[in-house]
Design a binder for this molecule. Structure first.
Ligand code: FES
Length: 125
């Protein structure tokens, strides 16, 4: 099941966090093209929250793995076993000139339950 969520795009080269039902998404604009990923690191299924874009890479705050913000590919695993890059998410233009992110229920499975609770608690404070 999918839900199209209206989003605001960050400036070129910046990253913004969108949370939909406890799932964090990283939204970036690279070379004028909007991209989004589930902000979940497959090393330990933890969230890339707080989001950091450092020297052109999304950096996992837990153990330092780095991901390409254009493709989501892991470019530096920081010596950890990171089995996958970031999961890409559809971003589409909407008729009103805005953009929507396609959130899917299955994205929840990319994070541990404990991590989803942490994201929810952070959003509620
Ligand atoms: S959880 Fe991301 S590198 Fe360990």
């Amino acid at each position: 099941m999918a839900k199209d969520v209206p989003i605001s795009l960050p400036p070129e080269g910046a990253v913004t966090l969108v949370v939909v039902k406890e799932v964090p998404y990283a939204v970036v604009v690279q070379d004028g093209r909007p991209c989004a990923f589930v902000a979940a690191c497959s090393h330990k299924d933890l969230a890339l929250v707080p989001l950091r874009l450092k020297k052109g890479a999304l950096v996992c705050p837990h153990h330092g793995a780095r991901f390409d913000p254009r493709t989501g590919a892991c470019t530096d695993d920081a010596g950890k076993d990171v089995p996958r890059g970031l999961h890409p998410v559809d971003v589409q233009g909407s008729p009103d000139g805005g953009f929507t992110l396609r959130a899917r229920k299955r994205h929840r499975k990319l994070l541990t339950r404990k991590e989803r609770r942490r994201i929810r608690a952070a959003r509620d404070t």
